[in-house]
Write a protein that binds this ligand. Structure first.
Ligand code: PLP
Length: 417
């Protein structure tokens, strides 16, 4: 069986209606190679990786330093248990991640596998923390409408996207969903353990920006009401919004931060949940205070070695400085979309752009993205919002190619209606 045959017969893809996927007329792209901002398919066609391989890639594919770090680690060992043992890259990564946050306030790092598990640990830590410090009434979680925090049950309980989350309502943790900060005043904070937010921008909601100052105001409310703040920086972390972390933009340090997607530069599944010494200290004592949580691949050495190299690239190659010019260039390209045919609105937060296309028949956004492939761009929409968030190594010229591909694709899709 070739790749497509065995995939269609035995595979099951995330967030995918498999009847459509397996239909004879559907020809899935088989991606076989990548280099810098490009990926290549099995027919030898090249595309710009316009959504950074689902928001994970940072410095481009096959970055020489990340490749070398992975190879060097594999010559030592790939994985050893973090349960009962430690290892050099995991211990160093914990220290370096904590050091990226001001004032030494986030001092503890729990390593897992992906964004969902990074959130899941924060929820378990928050729940047990309240029991340990004698606040058993404080168990409710607060999350926002439109939120996406992952697909494991706890993380999904926080989710505020009806199509994804409503059918699992019966299995949900006690979560109150609010649309805006104003609604906090109607909540009994004496019952609230933690609030979870995607800082600055909600990704899966369609690249929706929060009003400026909102995050800082939420931090203030949490402080005033003894509520823990969980910042989900799974998408925004590692420079995506222009600063290393989105929280920096409003001078906020959360009580928990979840990091994943870009942590290994988009190479390997690895995640981190950072928290404060205050939370950590509550768990010290006898076995009844232990955090009973873990995964087989916690502290994976390959992932940690690549993550360390990712951080070294940020430090030594002045990534954020050179990204600033590209963010400005992206703004000017989005400006040109203002009067473009079939485009209703654009939004930008750092190196993330959402481009709303005018609905023109079913699945307009998806059809625009398929049409854009012919013009050399690979990306995925969120409903009718086309996402553009390429690896940071993309050149201004290649960014222009992305914008032209979207503009042409929109015209083609609207014209055919
Ligand atoms: C992708 C994402 C997650 C889930 O991460 P996974 O690695 O897919 O489990 C959680 N939160 C945000 C904001 C995300 O973008």
């Amino acid at each position: 069986m070739n790749t497509v045959e065995s995939d269609k017969r035995h595979g099951w893809h995330p967030f995918t209606q498999m009847a459509d996927w397996c239909a004879p007329e559907h020809e899935p792209l088989v991606l076989v190679e990548g280099s810098g901002a490009f990926v290549r398919d099995s027919a030898g066609r090249e595309y710009i990786d316009g959504n950074s391989s689902i928001w994970t890639n940072i410095h481009g594919h096959r970055h020489p330093r990340l490749d070398a770090a992975l190879k060097a680690q594999i010559d030592r060992v790939a994985h050893t248990s973090f349960l009962g043992f430690t290892n050099p890259p995991a211990a160093q990564l914990a220290a370096e991640l904590c050091a990226l946050w001001p004032g030494g306030k986030l001092s503890r790092c729990f390593l897992t596998d992906d964004g969902s598990t990074a959130i899941e640990v924060a929820l378990k830590m928050a729940a047990q923390f309240r029991q340990l410090v004698g606040q058993p009434r404080k168990q409710r979680l607060v999350a926002f409408g439109g939120a996406y925090h992952g697909d494991t049950m706890g993380a999904a309980s926080l989710g505020g996207i009806p199509l994804f989350h409503d059918r699992f309502a019966a299995w949900q943790f006690p979560v109150t969903h609010i649309q805006s900060l104003e609604e906090l005043s109607s909540i009994d904070a004496a019952e609230v353990s933690a609030v979870c937010i995607e800082p600055l921008i909600q990704g899966a909601a369609g690249m929706r920006l929060w009003p400026a100052g909102m995050l800082a105001a939420l931090r203030e409310w949490c402080d005033a009401n003894d509520v823990l703040l969980i910042a989900d920086e799974v998408m925004t972390g590692f420079g995506r919004t222009g600063t290393m972390f989105a929280c920096e933009r409003e001078g906020v340090v959360p009580d928990f931060v979840a990091l994943a997607k870009g942590l290994t530069g988009g190479y390997l599944p690895l995640a981190a949940t950072l928290t404060t010494e205050r939370v950590f200290e509550a768990f010290l004592g006898g076995p009844d205070r232990t955090l009973y949580y873990g995964h087989s691949y916690c502290g994976n050495q390959l992932g940690c070695a690549v993550a360390l190299e990712n951080l070294a690239i940020f430090r030594e190659e002045c990534v954020l400085d050179s990204l600033a010019a590209k963010i400005a260039h992206l703004s000017s390209l989005l400006k040109e979309f203002e009067n473009a045919h079939g485009i209703i609105a654009t939004r930008q937060c750092g190196f993330v752009a959402g481009i709303d296309v005018k609905p023109s028949g079913p699945l307009t956004g998806a059809r625009v993205c398929v049409a854009a492939r012919k013009h050399g761009l690979l990306t995925r929409p969120i409903r009718d919002t086309v996402v553009l968030m390429p690896p940071y190594c993309i050149t201004e010229e290649q960014l222009g190619t992305c914008a032209r591909a979207i503009a042409k694709a929109v015209i083609e899709v609207c014209k055919n209606r």
